[in-house]
Design a binder for this molecule. Structure first.
Ligand SMILES: Cc1cc2nc3c(=O)[nH]c(=O)nc-3n(C[C@H](O)[C@H](O)[C@H](O)COP(=O)(O)OP(=O)(O)OC[C@H]3O[C@@H](n4cnc5c(N)ncnc54)[C@H](O)[C@@H]3O)c2cc1C
Length: 429
């Protein structure tokens, strides 16, 4: 009898705890399900905390703004790393120009590489003060006509010019509009801030009022007519929030994936954008009387350019090797170590570095380094291309078409400024 009572009691306890567990599960589900019934919690939700997202937020400081960022840091393609107490940029590399910053910023020391350009071609190292001067020293040109057209007409000189081009743009030169192809002929000033470009990102973070949530990957942005529904995953939990409007600042192909019912104008614009990738390998090197140069072009190697960052206080060079689009994609089956070793071999051949002098290495691949600025990208752009729906807007460097150069920190910041004007106009209606 006692045994039967005990069994009944145990069964009841199990039933009660099961019921309690299920009701608490119900409550949890309810919490998540109840949120969608609420009104818009924010004026604007910004997807992405790169410079375009941060610039949008800065210009919307008077509104209730949330930024959702998938990484655990802000900055996107601005990424400063530190080793041996030296900062170096694995993303945007040259110093940001002061005039693009809309608030007072105390930048660190500006450093400028003083050396000439370098070109390693047919087993020989040339130094020169201009791109044309480099090409002319190699005899790669069949004639003395150094116009863009003529340089591109010979395979040898074309390859040299293409490598110069890839210091700035990761794609193949012919895929870009003529105005951009001419960027290949410019000798760029290799300047950087001692603390790297991340100090600009930090300055933005200090100057915005928006709430910023990291580790939050947005999976869908949907205009419901009277508000926008944002679905995102944060620490493996799916969440839903509502907002009056949204700005999507991710690279175009992600924008295309996450925005539902996109306008035809935006769809056409996004469909015409193709990205080129870049792998960046950093090699920290004890200075062993390394030649002084600003950047070195290596058209016959896996790398296209080696950018020199010399730290005179520590007598260390950080060489940043750029592996552009096609060559970068060819490395898919190689490990980071194999790629790094290949770069070290290239540096041994071109600059005679010694393996023993390597202090540290680093590698980042950027699958979407930049949009290829092609005729196709800029062709017949519909007027409202950056308004994906009534309440959803696009920003990002690739959306700044004002100067036919929709790429770079300046474009990212400008795109944030432009989109925020549109949003303010919309919210005032
Ligand atoms: C190797 C390299 C060198 C460069 N050199 C220069 C240079 O010298 N000078 C210059 O001006 N520019 C340079 N650039 C370009 C410059 O870095 C970019 O143009 C600029 O940073 C782009 O900013 P953005 O905000 O438009 O995009 P991004 O920086 O790409 O920002 C987009 C953000 O969205 C986030 N995101 C993506 N998907 C989601 C999602 N689903 N949910 C939430 N968040 C998401 C990303 O994590 C990222 O933080 C360089 C770039 C690279 C890669």
């Amino acid at each position: 009898m006692k045994k039967t009572i005990l069994i009944i009691l145990i069964s009841l306890a199990i039933i009660f705890s099961l019921a309690f567990y299920m009701s608490s599960q119900d409550d949890e589900t309810k919490i998540i399900n109840e949120i969608p019934k609420e009104d818009a919690q924010y004026d604007i939700v910004i997807v992405g905390a790169g410079l375009s997202g941060l610039s949008s937020a800065y210009n919307l400081n008077d509104y209730n703004v949330l930024i959702l960022e998938k990484e655990n840091r802000a900055g996107g393609r601005v990424l400063t790393k530190t080793q041996e107490d030296i900062n170096y940029d694995m993303g945007a590399i040259f110093a940001y120009p002061d005039y693009i910053v809309p608030f007072a910023i105390e930048s660190s020391e500006l450093i400028k590489e003083s050396g000439p350009l370098g070109l390693y071609y047919n087993d020989k190292l040339y130094f020169c003060d201009s791109v044309i001067n480099c090409i002319s020293q190699t005899n790669a040109m069949p004639n003395n006509d150094y116009s863009l057209k003529s340089i591109l007409s010979s395979n040898e000189s074309r390859d040299i010019l293409n490598a110069f081009f890839q210091t700035i743009h990761p794609g193949e030169i012919e895929d870009y509009i003529t105005e951009r192809q001419e960027d290949a002929l410019v000798k760029y000033e290799n300047t950087r801030y001692l603390k790297g470009n991340t100090e600009l990102v930090e300055a933005y973070q200090n100057n915005i009022n928006a709430e910023l949530q990291f580790n939050s990957t947005v999976t869908s942005v949907e205009d419901l007519g009277d508000k926008v529904k944002i679905t995102y995953t944060q620490n493996d939990v799916e969440r839903v929030i509502f907002t009056k409007s949204a700005i999507v600042t991710t690279p175009s192909y992600i924008a295309k994936k996450i925005i539902n019912n996109i306008s035809q104008a935006s769809q056409e614009f996004l469909d015409n954008i193709k990205y080129a990738e870049m792998t960046v390998v950093a090699i920290g090197l004890k200075n062993n009387n390394l030649e002084n140069f600003s950047y070195l072009i290596t058209p016959q190697m896996t790398t296209s350019a080696i950018v020199n960052n010399y730290n005179d206080e520590k007598n260390i060079n950080i060489l940043l090797a750029y592996i552009a689009d096609k060559n970068s994609k060819d490395l898919t089956n190689k490990t980071d170590l194999e790629i790094t070793n290949e770069v070290i071999e290239i540096l041994q051949t071109t600059l005679n570095i010694r393996e023993n002098d390597v202090l540290f290495t680093d590698l980042v691949t950027w699958p979407q380094t930049s949009a290829v600025i092609s005729e196709q990208m800029l062709k017949d752009i519909p007027g409202n291309y950056n308004q994906a729906s009534t309440r959803i807007f696009l920003a990002g460097d690739y959306t700044d078409l004002s100067s036919n150069f929709p790429y770079g920190m300046s474009s990212a910041i400008k795109s944030g400024e432009n989109v925020s004007k549109k949003i303010i106009e919309f919210l005032k209606k």
